[in-house]
Design a protein around this ligand. Structure first.
Ligand code: ATP
Ligand code: MG
Length: 575
């Protein structure tokens, strides 16, 4: 490809709305352009990258025995009503009506559609197992589209769905996908960690995510997930699913008897612990959340935090947020109190379900809010002064240096970008949608399903996030838009131009994907652009061509060598 013909424009500056490097670089280097919030045009360079990622995915999915199909982007509401998700999916689901006022949606995922396909197409256990996949655009009206391609509203996903006759079959399909994913990301030049994760709105029980671990030192961290991991036994999990064992701390407040103490204007656990001169770990913290529109109270030991996904799962919820002050006021009123946040507690509350984290169980002579402003109860004990809620669960956020539940070693934390995930769905959709097959014993049974996603656009962006420097992108060779770029330093120098053209011709004939910068730009501009767009190898034809020498540069390592044009050609061919 000739740069003079290539449709691309690099920008002098990073776009002002971009926070993370992959977004900044993909826009500045001319790969993407924003069309609307969270919606991007993929320009020719980007399209080449995406096609490479897709090709790797296709090859590995096909190799695993999965079959590609393509389902519509627009889906009828009826299917979503059948599965029960029409009402619970929330605002991420973009709903629309056709000219006959029929309700439709833009597909955020395709469980419903694939289940309807299996329902029609698979009658007998003899047709199982089947794994069907597609590479398709998705639309999710994300609450915070940000970070460019990392979290768009429209994005490209590979989604696969497996159908098995029994759990054992599902285990095998799942295993095969886990292996396939490892190979896919490896081939893309991306190191990933497979971590345990929450199954979220999709449902099911077991799931894992493939995380690209990103540098925590960059100013803005593109890794939206905290991954806790153990260096000793290999345990690793997303914070929404991670568990840990606690290091011992003081859990006895040491008060001799229960007493109501004045705690004026003390609103945080931090302030309360200072005011009373006790450890945070002897305070029982109470927080009111709104889960799917209903009020719930969470209790947890004062030195720890609630993990909202875990809490939401206790109530099988889909949406969670902390209650606003006016909502707390309303709750208090209903139970005959008027306390504000900071003084609330479980005692005497009406119409609010309470869940206690396991950490509060062992508290003795502790401190707790009693729904009276500027007061706390100190020296409280469960069963005597306050009832221990019947509902106990692990709703605690793991923290670095907690102990690994498996091996008691110390847990560490890192940031990760989720590029793919695998779920054991079980019969969630097949049961709801009556998708059944006739088993060996002649009985009708619902399919046992799994689903497996890879963010194609997010994977490409994660590669940039992982591989760049201050000058630009450093594409892993397998997904780079071109393998090599040839830069004649001066387009006025006949010898430079003719040698560059000769190399271009030879490499092109050898089937190499090669760019030649034949623009009449200053050398500085051309070299800068080459670094910015991130082509793995650069052959610079400059003054040394008089001695039959060119510069051969590896973008990833920065290494340069001075060699003859034919050596340069051989090196590229051998890669
Ligand atoms: P996240 O937790 O990041 O929102 P998710 O759990 O919603 O992801 P899935 O619904 O399982 O993700 O989608 C499968 C894959 O699609 C994800 O692993 C991710 O790579 C990609 N993906 C999901 N949402 C987006 C998005 N808004 N923009 C780009 N890629 C996305
Ligand atoms: Mg999501």
């Amino acid at each position: 490809m000739r740069m003079s013909k290539l449709f691309f424009q690099t920008l002098r500056e990073y776009p002002s709305d971009a926070e993370v490097m992959s977004h900044k670089l993909l826009v500045r280097a001319g790969y993407i352009r924003k069309l609307a919030n969270g919606v991007y045009n993929y320009l020719p360079l980007m399209q080449r990258v995406l096609k490479k990622v897709e090709t790797i995915i296709r090859e590995e999915m096909d190799r695993s025995g999965a079959q590609e199909l393509l389902m519509p982007f627009v889906q009828p509401a009826e299917l979503w009503q059948e599965s029960g998700r029409w009402d619970v999916y929330g605002k991420e689901l973009m709903r629309l009506k056709d000219r006959h006022s029929r309700e439709m949606c833009l597909g955020p995922t395709h469980e419903e559609v694939i289940t309807s396909i299996a329902r029609e197409g698979i009658q007998s256990y003899k047709q199982l197992p089947v794994n069907l996949y597609q590479i398709q655009s998705k639309f999710r009206d994300e609450i915070r589209p940000r970070f460019g391609l990392l979290r768009g509203r429209e994005f490209i996903m590979k989604d696969a769905y497996s159908f098995d006759a029994d759990e054992k079959g599902l285990d095998k399909s799942y295993e095969i996908m886990a292996e396939t994913y490892k190979r896919i990301f490896e081939r893309c030049g991306l190191e990933t960690k497979m971590v345990q994760s929450d199954s979220g709105a999709i449902g099911g029980s077991v799931s894992h995510e493939f995380m690209v671990l990103v540098n925590e030192n960059s100013e803005i961290n593109a890794g939206e997930n905290d991954v806790f991991y153990c260096t000793k036994c290999g345990y690793s999990a997303n914070s929404n699913h991670a568990v840990s064992e606690l290091n011992p701390v003081e859990t006895d407040g040491g008060y001799e008897k229960p007493e109501i103490k004045e705690t004026p204007d003390v609103h945080s656990i931090e302030e309360l612990s200072k005011f009373l001169n006790v450890a945070k770990s002897v305070i029982c913290k109470a927080i009111i959340y709104v889960i799917d529109g209903k009020y719930k109270m969470a209790l947890i030991r004062g030195d720890r935090s609630v993990e909202e996904t875990k809490l939401m799962n206790v109530f099988a919820g889909n949406e969670i947020r902390i209650a606003r002050n006016d909502e707390i006021e309303e709750i208090m009123k209903e139970s005959g109190y008027n306390a504000v946040a900071g003084f609330i507690g479980p005692r005497g509350l009406k119409n609010v379900e309470i869940v206690a984290d396991e950490t509060v169980k062992d508290l003795k002579n502790f401190v707790i809010g009693i729904n009276e402003n500027d007061k706390h109860l100190v020296g409280a004990n469960w069963g005597v002064d306050v009832e221990l809620p019947a509902r106990m669960a692990d709703i605690r956020l793991v923290e670095e240096n907690d102990k690994c539940c498996n091996c008691k070693s110390t847990l560490k934390v890192t940031k990760g970008i989720e590029v793919g995930n695998i779920f054991k769905l079980g019969t969630k959709y097949s049961k709801a949608m009556n998708a059944v097959f006739t088993d060996r014993d002649g009985k009708e049974k619902p399919f046992i399903m799994g689903c497996y996603g890879i963010g194609v656009t997010r994977t490409a962006a994660a590669a940039v996030e992982r591989h760049h420097d201050e000058y630009g992108i450093k594409w892993p060779i397998a997904i780079s838009p071109y393998t090599v770029i040839i830069v004649p330093v001066s387009d006025q120098d006949e010898q430079q131009v003719s040698v560059a053209e000769e190399i271009y011709k030879k490499l092109t004939e050898a089937g190499v994907e090669v760019l030649i910068d034949d623009r009449s730009e200053r050398a500085g501009v051309k070299l800068k652009d080459a670094d910015l767009i991130g082509i793995p190898y650069r052959i610079t034809v400059g003054k040394t061509i008089k001695d039959n020498l060119v510069e051969f540069k590896n973008r990833q390592t920065g290494d340069t060598v001075i060699i003859t044009p034919s050596e340069a050609i051989e090196r590229i061919k051998s890669i």
